[in-house]
Design a protein around this ligand. Structure first.
Ligand SMILES: Nc1ncnc2c1ncn2[C@@H]1O[C@H](COP(=O)(O)OP(=O)(O)OP(=O)(O)O)[C@@H](O)[C@H]1O
Length: 243
């Protein structure tokens, strides 16, 4: 299923943003802090804070998501639309065992999953009876990922999912996202880290001051950037050094 974002604006914070992500495509969204990446993601999910309004169009397949009722949107979230945030505890209930939490998106949407199966798929066999605080940050993010992927979403949005984790654990989570995401799922991956984009995404969008200033294949954008800002981002990264 294709995600089509067209002329999306959020107050003056996000302006006239347009892009498409086809089934199975992995697209990175990069740009400095405050450039509007998270607001773009939250608009797609229908999770903007009350004081902000999105205009334009966000379509998933043939359904328009902007202006959809909260009831209909909540049916899509955790099912066809899933999102993983930087801090896993925002998505986890500290008082519920992870085995129960991980099966919740399935239960809500009328599907039965075995907690052990979902947890094993993210390398966490035997943790079903643990509470979130008994797991490491990386393990908690795996639980969140298992929840997000349980219903094989058409679109997974990751907003800096590895920023709070140390480098080794970051690499494990990225490998897991690539391996666990179904072939049909579209991915929008928000990150500051160009090396992460290079490893996960085939296309990339570059955002500056609320607008997309460059878009193209990851190879094109990272090897011959057209926009001055992308060139600066590349110069400031240690991407070359890591290759
Ligand atoms: N509820 C809000 N009300 C007013 N302005 C907001 C609100 N939320 C975010 N902003 C502003 O909108 C702009 C874009 O924010 P956004 O969180 O999308 O940036 P970002 O690119 O995701 O940054 P980061 O990488 O730091 O997460 C910022 O200037 C931010 O201060």
């Amino acid at each position: 299923m294709t995600l089509s974002v067209s002329g999306l604006s959020v107050s003056s914070l996000v302006r006239d943003v347009s892009f498409e992500i086809g089934a199975g495509e992995r697209v990175g969204l990069i740009g400095e802090s405050g450039s509007g990446k998270s607001l773009t993601a939250l608009s797609i999910m229908g999770l903007l804070p009350d004081e902000l309004r999105a205009s334009g169009s966000v379509r998933l397949g043939d359904r328009e998501l902007l202006g959809m009722s909260e009831k209909d949107l909540s049916r899509l979230r955790g099912d066809e639309l899933a999102m993983v945030f930087q801090e896993p505890m925002t998505a986890l209930n500290p008082a519920m065992r992870v085995g129960r939490q991980v099966t919740e998106p399935g239960r809500i949407h009328g599907r039965r999953h075995r907690a052990e199966d979902l947890l094993s798929s993210v390398g966490l066999a035997d943790t079903a009876r643990a509470y979130p605080h008994q797991l490491s940050g990386g393990q908690r993010q795996r639980v969140v990922l298992a929840m997000a992927l349980a219903n094989e979403p058409s679109l997974l949005i990751c907003d800096e999912p590895t920023t709070a984790l140390d480098v080794t654990v970051q690499a494990q989570i990225l490998t897991l996202i690539k391996a666990a995401l179904s072939r049909e799922s579209a991915l929008l991956f928000i990150t500051h880290d160009l090396a992460v984009v290079a490893s996960v995404c085939e296309r990339v969008l570059v955002m500056l001051d609320g607008e997309i200033v460059e878009a193209g294949s990851t190879r094109e954008v990272l090897t011959s950037p057209k926009h001055e800002y992308t060139r600066k981002l590349l110069a400031a990264s240690d991407l070359e050094a890591r290759r």
